[in-house]
Design a protein around this ligand. Structure first.
Ligand SMILES: NC(=O)C1=CN([C@@H]2O[C@H](COP(=O)(O)OP(=O)(O)OC[C@H]3O[C@@H](n4cnc5c(N)ncnc54)[C@H](O)[C@@H]3O)[C@@H](O)[C@H]2O)C=CC1
Ligand SMILES: O=C(O)/C=C/C=C(\O)C(=O)O
Length: 488
């Protein structure tokens, strides 16, 4: 159904207050291209104020909370997000155009779970202690303590805005840090709304701050001398610029970046399951998931069947307005991103691809023609070395490439500068155990995709990332340790 849009104002959130700057940029509805909000750009003064508020909060009432009280407050944030589920859902859909069916099952529930789960993890981790022999025979205890790292700059992307931002803010707050968040300029709404939740729950002022703007506002945070750590999700090239920006002040950095994740369908795979999971891994969230599969190697003996069944699944996806229950496929996030994806659709054909389905933009003959739409697309006939099969497109598209043997496909899967995720399908238990450890990826799914247990380590190898977050693994980034050596 067509949405009646009232243009909203999205101020910054600094020291518990909403702060306007009057210098605004438009936020657009990807379904139709209409303006839905005006976000207030933060300049150096607002970034400085946010960082100063975050610094002050570390030694204010927040810093004085007991661990138990802090953990309970972080869980209260989760409960408040759940109470305001519909507000978050509406805000996320307006920014991204994604179907309610996706946002209400993936994005918004994770907004709450990210706070709750990391609060629990913090309670469960054990403190390290070593008994140590000293030359005088009396001995010592080495005891490690953890303390918050300090002010954390959170730079987040547009594909899963609330999910990915809270995947960082949740553990940061659970560990006692304070944050300055720079959400993507394309999707600033849910980060702004979270400020209301923080005030409702009684999170002390200055603990959670949000500044809006483009990459230059992000750069004011990454280069800020009073920020202690940066956690980033986004493109690899941006990650590399951020690492340069943090170098002069030697900030700790946790980086989750792009991928060109392989999928593999072996000849012994359960094809019903493989098609079901590949339909999600290629097309969920219109392909805008860093863990998605844009190249799938299919054993030659089942290639034609996989191609035909995946084509059928892609053609059954339902483009529509977000609140239509049948809609499971939305637009991409912006015209800029649509143009990038369509440029790869053109490149694929220039590189000799056969278009199995899709390959362009849909035409609706209604207001959706003003939005940022592309078709789900499947190619065959592309070589593993083509740019289409090697570069991250971040769209609902996949190159199907045949293979003949296991060693060959492992080499093909690993032949990339990235190493975020891999997913493969086989019913042969020996093969599963043999192949999985040989894949160069931080996250490997077997007979499944995007099954997330928040206690597990999350992050990429090679140019897909530096460091791991999730469960107790995030403690390495979100806390500083001190070893205390106590001689008896
Ligand atoms: N999760 C992932 O792996 C994601 C990958 N991408 C990839 O990146 C491409 C471009 O999307 P963008 O949103 O432009 O990603 P991006 O990496 O440019 O932006 C991500 C965040 O970084 C900020 N940023 C940009 N330049 C910065 C700088 N110099 N210093 C500090 N912060 C900076 C942005 O404002 C945004 O908040 C996509 O087409 C896709 O291929 C995008 C989003 C998520
Ligand atoms: O489940 C998560 O924590 C993250 C999922 C997806 C991404 O990281 C991404 O698309 O960037």
């Amino acid at each position: 159904m067509r949405k009646e849009i009232t243009v909203r104002d999205l101020p910054n959130f600094i020291n518990g207050q909403y702060v306007e700057t009057g210098n605004t940029f438009d936020v657009l509805y990807p379904i139709t291209g209409e303006v839905t909000a005006k976000a207030h750009t933060a300049g150096q003064a607002e970034v400085d104020a946010a960082v100063a508020a975050a610094r002050a909060a570390l030694s204010g009432p927040w810093g004085q909370l007991t661990t138990n009280a802090r953990v309970e407050m972080v869980k209260d944030i989760a409960a408040a997000i759940r109470r305001r589920f519909d507000d978050f859902l509406e805000a996320e859909v307006l920014d991204t155009g994604k179907p309610y069916s996706v946002a209400s099952h993936v994005d918004i529930p994770r907004g709450g779970a990210n706070f709750e789960s990391f609060a629990e993890s913090l309670r469960e981790h054990a403190t390290e202690m070593f008994q140590f022999d000293t030359p005088d025979g009396r001995g010592a205890h080495n005891m490690m303590i953890r303390r918050p790292r300090g002010v954390i700059g959170v730079i987040s992307p547009w594909n899963l805005p609330l999910l990915l931002m809270t995947f960082k803010v949740g553990p940061a707050l659970a560990c006692g840090n304070t944050v300055v968040v720079k959400p993507s300029e394309v999707t600033p709404s849910t980060a702004t709304l979270l400020g209301e939740v923080m005030n409702e729950v009684g999170v002390p002022e200055g603990v959670y701050n949000v500044v809006h703007g483009y990459g230059d506002t992000g750069a004011m945070i990454t280069s800020h001398p009073d920020v202690d750590g940066i956690t980033f999700t986004g493109e690899t090239v941006t990650g590399s610029k951020i690492l340069e920006a943090v170098a002069p002040t030697l900030k700790a950095s946790s980086m989750e970046m792009g991928g060109k994740n392989p999928g593999i369908v072996f000849e012994d795979a359960d094809l019903d399951l493989a098609i079901k999971e590949l339909t999600r891994s290629c097309f969920l969230n219109t392909g805008q998931v860093c863990l998605g599969t844009e190249r799938v190697y299919v054993h030659e003996s089942v290639f034609d069947e996989v191609r035909d069944r995946l084509k059928e699944a892609a053609e059954n996806l339902h483009y529509g307005f977000p609140d239509d229950e049948a809609t499971n496929f939305g637009p991409v996030v912006s015209d800029e991103h649509r143009d990038k994806v369509l440029s790869y659709y053109k490149l694929a054909e220039e590189e000799g691809a056969t278009v199995v389905t899709g390959g362009g933009a849909p035409k609706f003959d209604d207001e959706r023609d003003g939005g940022s739409w592309v078709q789900p697309t499947i190619w065959t006939g592309l070589s593993h070395d083509s740019r289409t099969a090697r570069e991250e497109i971040f769209g609902p598209c996949v190159a199907l490439i045949p293979f003949t043997d296991e060693d060959e496909v492992i080499k093909l899967a690993n032949d990339t500068k990235y190493g975020l995720a891999a997913t493969f399908f086989s019913q042969d238990v020996s093969r599963v155990h043999r192949v999985a450890p040989q894949l160069e990826a931080g996250i490997i799914w077997v007979n499944s995709w995007f099954l997330r247990d928040l206690r597990t380590a999350f992050g990429g190898m090679k140019q897909s990332g530096i460091g791991r977050e999730g469960g107790v693994h995030g403690l390495e980034f979100y806390t500083e340790t001190s070893n205390i050596c106590i001689k008896y």
